[in-house]
Design a protein. Sequence first.
Length: 315
Amino acid sequence: MHRVVVLALDGVIPFELSLASRIFGTARGRYEVITCSLDGGPVRTDADFSIAVEHDAGVLATADTVILPAAEWFGEVRGPADLPPALIEALSTVRRGTRMVSICLAASVLAAVGLLDGRPATTHWAHAEHFERHFPAVRVAPEVLFVDDGDVLTSAGAAAGVDLILHLIRRDHGSEVANQVARRCVVPPWRDGGQAQYIERPMPEPSSTGTAATRTWALTRLHEPLLLDDLADHARMSRRTFTRRFREEVGMSPGQWLIGQRVELARRLLESSDLPVDQVAERVGFGTAASLRQHLHAVVGVSPHAYRRTFAGRS
């Protein structure tokens, strides 16, 4: 049983505190979720109530994954001097190799103790400028919903914590389990794009047309070549206008989005079907097994055969 330990600090945001127990708990018997405070005492939230926990920070040393939800004061963290000494001490007890996960502004805590030095990371878009200014050693990616850098993962706003935890379940147990959890929680198993679609920006011109219908259309035709001209024609836009609007709405180029959708479909087929790898490649629009292998390895770091062996129990 994979043990997830959630560290609750005074000022914690209740929604973010609850994510781990709610979503990992829905994975039915695959995770044990434990919530602790620094001293095992009650924790004040940023709402009009406090919570009682049953464990102190000693359980951090037993964790396979540590989740740090945001607290109201994390946005003011500029370095280790802004952290309680007891928090720094508690984090130092985490075993090497334990997965460290931050939600929203909690990335500032991981950065303050040096866990993000030289690594890519994200945080809430409204806090990104402050974060980059005070933690220059971190490679900040403010446009994405979450960053997976192996044993350290960071998410953007509160709801992006949902995306990140579903991603962890997908990474641990495959798309089928993650999709089941998402359905039970009534949330999308995967959200397209990144924070770019949520950043405050001027309203588009009234005559503008969105790209959502074209994305839906494309998802039913992933096996086809789907050139940029095809997408722009379906949206009744010029190539230039379509590309600009697509990036504004989704946070990436049409080509990047198509590759991501094809990789996700390939993962589902590798897990749930016995199709040969070359047929999977054709079904998802990569054409050849070599192309599928290249794109899958870029995303998950393994070959199609290795992925199928891990998540479907066959080669």
